[in-house]
Ligand binder design. Structure first.
Ligand code: SF4
Length: 343
């Protein structure tokens, strides 16, 4: 069965808890690894995946790191444990490989906040502007963009565009505000999209958590709705500026390995805690909001992964003309910035 962007989008209207029915026990692990070997498949898992999916994967990382691996790996099949736009990006970069997503209903509320027609209308209002699309977009939207970015390289991508040229940045308003602040560009227009998970992490929660743990460092992901207010609070002295770090998820892992703090508060999706705890077992990591969990990411259950490998489903396809146009924007993203190691 071929999975399209439309099927992922339709999934947003469904109430879905993923494919149930398998415990991630030793028999499951053995069968997953054996089937992956027989299919000549590489298992890629995003940082926000369930811990058992992260642990069985060949590679765990953010969008940028996983895109690079998808483009370069020798395996004939890529099993992408993440959300639909990520698997689509892998297919765009590796058109000759079979790309499977264990549950094609794993969409993304941020990617769904703009479609290709809306982008074409926006471009029509800003003739000559460069379009920077966050990687959390559908293939159709990427095909309308000049260059893609992730949270790891968004600032570098925008800085690569001549300062006099207007920039349309989409779809994440929080990442856009972060980039606007860091680059100081007044000609950067930001689409008002948001992710339901990150938008749920707010400044008052952050301030209360910070006050309750005065010795803890604070790691903030630029996609979080709390980034602006956290920096504002730091500037006001409510949270000491030295405790606040605005980091990509890959940057968080590097900081975790190097920190001397015993406790760290983390403002991002809770799946990231698994990687952080593995990277720095001696540090206590706490989520700013325990409910900041992406329901789409969690659709990739152990049963869904096993089904994908047993049955060769669900195959991700991208029409050739859209893939060709999107590939240029994605490749330019990959050329700028270093792998984050881990959205
Ligand atoms: S956490 Fe938000 S941006 Fe990431 S996949 Fe889920 S809905 Fe999309």
């Amino acid at each position: 069965m071929a999975a399209t962007a439309a099927s992922a989008t339709a999934a947003l209207q469904w109430t879905h808890a993923g494919h149930p029915g398998w415990e991630p026990d030793r028999a499951w692990r053995r069968e997953v690894r054996e089937l992956a070997r027989r299919r000549d498949a590489v298992l890629l898992a995003h940082n926000y995946q369930l811990p058992e999916i992260q642990d069985i994967a060949d590679h765990v990382g953010d969008s940028l790191a996983l895109s690079r691996i998808a483009a370069d790996c020798a395996a004939r099949t890529i099993v992408f444990c993440g959300v639909h736009f990520m698997a689509e990006t892998a297919k765009i970069l590796a058109p000759d490989k079979t790309v499977l997503i264990p549950d094609a209903r794993a969409g993304c509320s941020l990617a769904d906040s703009i479609d290709a027609e809306q982008l074409r209308d926006w471009k029509g209002e800003h003739a000559g502007a460069a379009v920077v699309a966050y990687v959390n977009t559908t293939a159709e939207v990427k095909a309308e963009a000049d260059i893609c970015c992730t949270s790891s390289n968004a600032v570098e991508v925008v800085n690569s565009i001549p300062v006099e040229r207007e920039v349309l940045f989409l779809p994440d308003q929080f990442l856009g505000a972060h980039v606007q602040r860091v680059t100081g560009r007044s000609n950067l227009r930001v689409w008002a999209g948001e992710c339901h998970v990150h938008a749920g992490i707010n400044g008052s929660q952050l301030a209360a958590k910070a006050a309750a743990a005065p010795e803890a460092e604070l790691y903030i992901h630029p996609e979080c709705g709390c980034a602006t207010s956290a920096l504002y609070l730091a500037g006001e002295g409510a949270v000491p500026a030295g405790r606040v770090r605005v980091l990509s998820t890959g940057g968080m892992l590097d900081a975790a390995r190097a920190t001397r703090a015993r406790e760290v508060l983390v403002a991002t999706e809770v799946g990231m805690l698994h990687q952080l705890r593995r990277a720095a077992p001696g540090v206590e990591f706490h989520a700013v909001n325990d409910r900041a969990s992406c329901r789409y990411m969690k659709m990739i259950t152990p049963a869904a992964l096993l089904r994908a490998l047993r049955e060769g489903v669900e195959e991700v396809t991208v029409p050739a003309d859209i893939a060709r146009r999107a590939r240029g924007a994605v490749r330019r993203m990959i050329e700028i910035g270093q792998p984050g190691g881990e959205e």
